[in-house]
Design a protein around this ligand. Structure first.
Ligand code: MAN
Ligand code: CA
Length: 139
């Protein structure tokens, strides 16, 4: 019975992940690639057999509020570099960030924790967040 459950879960996960869903703690999440108003966003979720995310655990709150971006100072402390190697020029740090809070080695950058335009925060790279990938169109 256990084996059966595991293989059902595996094929479900496979199926969903091909359609852009990520599995995290007993739920599948889909991050939309397009912007929509609340009503239309909800409609799209419903069409996909889901609904807008309900935040019912602290874990969910913490992972949904922040997203990793491709910026880190893990090579050299305080030298912030984008993943393509370019040095940071224009930045959107919140308040007194980056602060390497409690000297706990905050070498990676998440955005969205703060609800302002200046919303970057340095956070420990081992923390788990959703993320956004970008692929530039080369012509
Ligand atoms: C938390 C973390 C830190 C952040 C502080 C700001 O401890 O998110 O990265 O700098 O809050 O108070
Ligand atoms: Ca910080």
């Amino acid at each position: 019975v256990y084996f059966f459950k595991v293989s059902i879960l595996l094929s479900l996960t496979d199926q969903y992940s091909q359609q852009g869903w990520v599995y995290f703690k007993h739920s599948f999440y889909y991050v939309s690639p397009v912007k929509k108003n609340w009503r239309d966003s909800r409609q799209e979720c419903l069409q996909r057999g889901a609904d807008l995310v309900i935040i019912n655990s602290r874990d969910e709150q913490v992972s949904v509020r922040a997203i990793w971006i491709g910026l880190t100072d893990s090579e050299t402390e305080d030298i912030w570099k984008w993943v393509d190697g370019t040095l940071l020029s224009t930045s959107y740090w919140f308040g007194s960030e980056p602060n390497n809070f409690g000297s706990r080695d905050e070498d990676c950058v998440e955005l969205g924790v703060y609800g302002t335009e200046m919303n970057w925060n340095d956070a420990p790279c081992r923390f788990k967040n959703f993320w956004i990938c970008e692929k530039m169109l080369v012509l």
